[in-house]
Design a protein around this ligand. Structure first.
Ligand code: AHR
Length: 512
């Protein structure tokens, strides 16, 4: 049996957990919007055409903020197409996803849906085919109360209250050759800076996100961040990171260690941001918006390329509908651990995406909505991780991976809510074969009791929740968890995810 030992001490704080860490992302892509959250003919549809079963699942997932409307889609999007009388809205070619966009859902409708799910909107402006003026226009339309042409137009369209969008993304993945209007770091940086300054003339308190690289594997990664931040450092608050993981060539050992790559990615971007901070003798700290992350089987499908005839690009095709396995959920959980581990700098993150498209929630037209395996770690973390992340002392054996060298068998993070006296520990066992026996030293927490210990695991690591078997995988109580003096002992099955919550008993822990 492999053994691991963790020590938790509430004095060693990494950073505050911002609620936006539990954000998600809805793009006009495939059946994400149409046939996903919006399906007026569905038996559960409400008066606005939104599926109530999907609303209930999004609420259960515990999502806080949602990035919209793209993604690659946004780089060719005209926001005006999606407002005003529906019957007058144009159908457009969506070059990103070889689809036809009907524009039935736009800014105001999405804001209405967000109220139902209780989430904040994070809005991405098009800096691919458009620029400063269009960004100013959508800002005026969305956020100005009244008395100007575009704010009055919103009111005429039925939304008397402004949408009060605080956080704005300055384009999407502008380093990617696949992106409409992509260019050099210098050209993007100048446009992003001009757009940010113009938007701040309207409202200096906006929170602005500049595009970092679309992945750490991009040839320009690192240099792109440096150039973009040197130009925009004073104008923006966040730089974005995007990362997607999948097993390559059946190398599950490396896949299970994906969070190692995410850790290095975040730390490299922090290093670059701090380099620019030093160059500028700046007092300001740049934060990270990890605004796209997930497991995504990109190499498995060429669905979008197969949609060739531009005369008949489909509306809301079934694309990017990955069915997630137990192993995917375990990797996904470790990505959440990586985000939590960096709460000093990662203040916002968006799980890409939410419904049907590489999503924790799946739907069938006229039929069911269900939870994918990845739903469970997200829902647990969003409901249990409160307060601050703690630095953990973790001792455990390593294993050799092709891609990342020697990697600890266990990945773990702890969060602590000093006011509530609660602590959560999230753990992943990456071993494909072995159980791990874990001892968690909780003596520094004072008296605690185990409130809950639940794991996601299956004998078949490829098991998934699919249309005809929607509840195959779920989280179950981990009966091994028990308190032995001031040590929590539990066993982690191979390829598993576990969440443990501890509640203060006699003494409440309040670090000085
Ligand atoms: O989330 C799917 C796509 O991945 C997004 O549109 C794009 O930004 C990224 O490449």
């Amino acid at each position: 049996m492999i053994r691991a030992h963790l020590t938790i001490d509430p004095h060693f704080v990494v950073g505050d957990i911002h609620p936006r860490l539990f954000g998600s992302f809805v793009e006009h892509l495939g059946r994400g919007v149409y046939g996903g959250l919006y399906e007026p003919s569905h038996p559960t549809a409400d008066e606005d055409g939104y599926r109530k079963d999907v609303v209930a699942l999004v609420r259960e997932l515990g999502v806080t903020a949602i990035r919209y409307p793209g993604g690659n889609f946004v780089s060719g999007y005209r926001w005006e197409d999606g407002v005003g009388p529906r019957e007058q809205r144009p159908r457009r070619l969506d070059l990103a996803w070889h689809s036809t966009e009907t524009n039935e859902v736009g800014l105001n409708e999405f804001a209405t849906w967000l109220k139902k799910v209780g989430c904040e909107m994070v809005y991405a402006v098009n800096l691919g085919t458009r620029g400063v003026q269009e960004a100013l226009d959508v800002l005026e339309y969305a956020n100005i109360r009244s008395g100007t042409a575009l704010s009055d137009l919103r009111i005429e369209h039925g939304d008397s209250e402004p949408h009060a969008i605080r956080m704005w993304c300055l384009g999407n993945e502008m380093d990617g050759p696949w992106q409409l209007g992509h260019g050099t770091a210098e050209s993007y940086a100048q446009l992003a800076s001009k757009t940010a300054r113009a938007m701040r003339q309207v409202d200096p308190d906006l929170e602005l996100v500049v595009c970092g690289s679309s992945g750490a594997g991009m040839p320009t990664f690192g240099e792109w961040e440096r150039v973009v931040l040197e130009e925009t450092y004073d104008d923006v608050d966040f730089i974005s990171c995007h990362a997607y993981y999948e097993p390559l060539d059946g190398d599950f050992g490396s896949f299970l260690a994906s969070a190692v790559d995410m850790d290095r990615f975040i730390e490299s971007v922090v290093a670059t941001a701090d380099h620019v901070k030093a160059l500028k003798r700046s007092e300001k700290t740049m934060y990270i918006a990890f605004d796209e992350w997930n497991v995504w089987y990109q190499s498995r499908y060429d669905e979008v390329d197969k949609i060739t005839d531009v005369e008949s690009w489909p509306v809301a095709p079934r694309i990017l509908e990955d069915a997630y396995t137990v192993m995917d959920a375990v990797v996904f959980g470790s990505l959440l651990i990586s985000l939590l581990r960096h709460t000093d700098r990662v203040k916002s993150a968006s799980l890409a995406q939410l419904v049907n498209v590489i999503a924790p929630i799946m739907t069938e037209p006229g039929g069911d909505a269900w939870r994918q395996t990845t739903f469970f770690p997200f829902a647990q973390v969003s409901s249990l991780a409160r307060g601050t992340t703690l630095e953990l002392k973790l001792d455990c054996p390593t294993y050799r991976t092709e891609r990342y060298g020697d990697v600890p068998v266990v990945d773990a993070v702890a969060t602590h809510d000093a006011q509530a006296g609660s602590t959560a520990v999230f753990l992943v066992n990456r071993s494909l074969t072995d159980e791990v026996s874990v001892d968690v030293d909780v003596s520094h927490l004072g008296g605690v009791r185990i409130a809950q210990a639940r794991s996601l695991h299956d004998e078949d690591i490829h098991a998934a929740n699919v249309r005809d078997d929607q509840e195959r995988v779920t989280v179950v109580d981990n009966a091994s968890a028990h308190l032995d003096g001031s040590v929590v002992r539990l066993t982690l099955p191979p390829v598993s995810w576990t969440a443990v919550t501890l509640e203060a008993t006699a003494t409440r822990v309040a670090p000085q």
